[in-house]
Design a protein around this ligand. Structure first.
Ligand code: ACO
Length: 389
C-alpha cells in the first residue's frame, strides 16, 4: 500500500549510465587507455614497449614509483622483493586446511586476509605503511599462488628460489622445474601486460575499500574477489572452456554462428573501454603462437585464431574485439596449468596496479560514495504481521 509522492520528486531527474559507464573517479598519473585507438600506457610508456623490453620487477617499480628505475634502484627494489617472497608456515597450514574444491581465487583471497590478521600494524592507514604492505604482497602473491596450486594437486609447496627472476621463480614454484628461456620470457611479458588497467572493477573495488581508510589487506581481498568474476578476470577460464568445447579450428564456424545467433556473450571478447583491438591481446596472440608450438598445442592457438577471424568481422562493427583474456589461457594451458589457476596468475600480475592505485589515491583521500536513483515505493503503511496473511 503506497500513498502520494512520485519517487523521482525526491531525487529530481537524474541522468546516469548503468555500471558507472563513463563516470570519472579521480585524476591519475598511473595509466592511460584510449579505447577507440586500442592504446594502453603505463606511466607514459606504451604497453607494447614494456611487454617487449621490460620485466615484472622493472614494470612493478614503474607503476608504483612513477618512472623506470636506474640500475641501482632496480637492484634495491629486487633486494626488497626477493626476501619478501617466502610465505609463513601458518599460512601454508591454513591453505592445506581449505576444501579441495575451493576455487583458487578464494584461496588467494583467504591467504591475503590471513596475512592481514597476523600483521599488528595492518590498520595504520598512512602511505609508508601502505607501501610496506604493498611491496610485501607484490612479492608474495606469486608464492601464494604457487602454494595454492601445489596443495590443490596434492603436492608440497616449493620455497622460492632467490636466484630466479620473479616470473621464472613463479613457474618454478608451480611446476618444481626451472623454466626454459621462452616460457620464462612469455610469463614475464604476460605479467607485465596484466600489471594495471585503469578503473577496472577489481582495482576500483580495492580503491573503494581503501577509501574508507580500511587496511590494504582488506582492499586487496576485495580486489581479488572482484577479479574472480567470470565476466572480469575469470573470463580467461571461460575462454579455455570454450576452446576445449569447440575442439578444433574446423568446428569454430558452426560454434560461433550459433553463439551469435543466440546472442551469447563470447568469452574473451568485448570490453567496456576498448572499442578497438585490446593491445594486450595482440601481444598475447603472438606469444600464444610461439608457446603453443613449443608445447605441441598448435591446435589450440589455431582454434582461437579461427574464432577471432570469425567474430571480428561479425561483431567488430559493434566494437567487439578480443580482450586480454582471449589468448592468455592458451599460454597457461600449454604450460600445464589447470584452468582454475588462470585468474590467480592474472592476480600475480595485477597486484602492483592495485597497490599503486590505492597508494596514489590515499594522500588526498576522499571516501567513495555514489548514489542510486530510488525507484521504489514511498510512504508504505506498516501492516502488523498478524494481518499480512
Ligand atoms: N560477445 C558478443 N557480444 C558481446 C560481447 C561478447 N563477448 N560483449 C559485449 N557484447 C555486445 C552486447 O551483447 C551488447 O550488444 P547490444 O548493444 O546489441 O545489446 C554490446 O556488445 C555491449 O555489451 P555490454 O554487455 O553492455 O558491455 P559492457 O561494457 O557492460 O560489458 C564486458 C563489458 C563485461 C567485458 C562484456 O563485453 C563481456 O561480458 N564480455 C565477455 C566476458 C569477458 O571476456 N570479460 C573479460 C573482459 S577483460 C577483463 O575484465 C579483464
Amino acid at each position: 500500500m503506497t500513498t502520494g509522492a512520485e519517487p523521482q520528486k525526491f531525487l529530481g531527474r537524474v541522468e546516469f549510465k548503468r555500471g558507472l559507464e563513463g563516470a570519472i573517479t579521480n585524476e591519475t598519473r598511473i595509466g592511460y587507455i584510449d579505447g577507440e585507438k586500442g592504446w594502453l600506457v603505463y606511466r607514459g610508456h606504451n604497453i607494447e614497449d614494456l611487454a617487449e623490453h621490460s620485466t615484472f620487477e622493472e614494470t612493478s617499480y614503474l607503476i608504483v614509483y612513477g618512472r623506470l628505475p636506474t640500475r641501482a634502484e632496480l637492484a634495491r627494489w629486487t633486494d626488497r622483493l626477493v626476501p619478501a617472497r617466502p610465505i609463513p608456515g601458518y599460512l601454508i597450514d591454513v591453505l592445506r586446511k581449505l576444501p579441495k574444491e575451493a576455487h583458487p581465487m578464494s584461496a588467494l583471497r583467504t591467504a591475503v586476509s590471513i596475512l592481514g590478521c597476523h600483521d599488528p600494524l595492518a590498520d595504520r592507514a598512512d602511505i609508508a605503511n601502505c607501501e610496506r604492505i604493498g611491496v610485501d604482497l607484490i612479492a608474495k602473491m606469486a608464492t601464494i599462488t604457487g602454494a595454492v596450486m601445489r596443495i590443490r594437486n596434492g603436492e608440497e609447496p616449493i620455497p622460492p628460489d632467490p636466484k630466479l627472476s620473479h616470473a621464472a621463480n613463479f613457474l618454478y614454484m608451480c611446476t618444481g622445474k626451472a623454466p626454459d628461456v621462452l616460457s620464462a620470457r612469455v610469463m614475464d611479458a604476460n605479467l607485465v601486460l596484466h600489471v594495471d588497467h585503469g578503473m577496472n572493477a577489481s582495482t576500483f573495488t580495492a580503491m573503494v575499500i581503501a577509501s574508507s581508510l580500511s587496511d590494504l589487506y582488506s582492499a586487496i581481498c576485495g580486489g581479488i574477489g572482484s577479479l574472480k568474476g567470470p565476466i572480469h578476470g575469470g573470463a580467461n577460464e571461460e575462454v579455455m572452456k570454450m576452446l576445449l568445447e569447440v575442439g578444433a579450428p574446423d568446428k569454430a564456424e558452426a560454434w560461433v554462428r550459433t553463439a551469435i545467433q543466440e546472442k551469447r556473450k563470447i568469452p574473451g571478447f568485448g570490453h567496456r573501454v576498448y572499442k578497438a583491438y585490446d593491445p594486450r591481446a595482440k601481444v598475447l596472440g603472438k606469444f600464444s603462437q610461439r608457446i603453443t608450438k613449443l608445447y605441441g598445442q598448435e591446435r589450440l592457438y589455431q582454434t582461437a585464431k579461427t574464432i577471432e577471424e570469425l567474430v571480428v568481422p561479425a561483431l567488430g562493427g559493434k566494437g567487439i574485439f578480443p580482450n586480454v583474456d582471449f589468448y592468455s589461457g592458451t599460454i597457461y594451458y600449454s604450460m600445464g596449468f589447470d584452468y582454475a589457476m588462470y585468474t590467480p596468475i592474472f592476480m600475480v600480475g595485477r597486484i602492483p596496479g592495485q597497490v599503486a592505485r590505492v597508494m596514489e589515491y590515499l594522500p588526498d583521500n576522499r571516501i567513495f560514495r555514489p548514489r542510486a536513483v530510488y525507484v521504489g515505493d514511498l510512504n508504505v503503511t506498516y501492516v502488523p504481521i498478524e494481518q499480512r496473511g
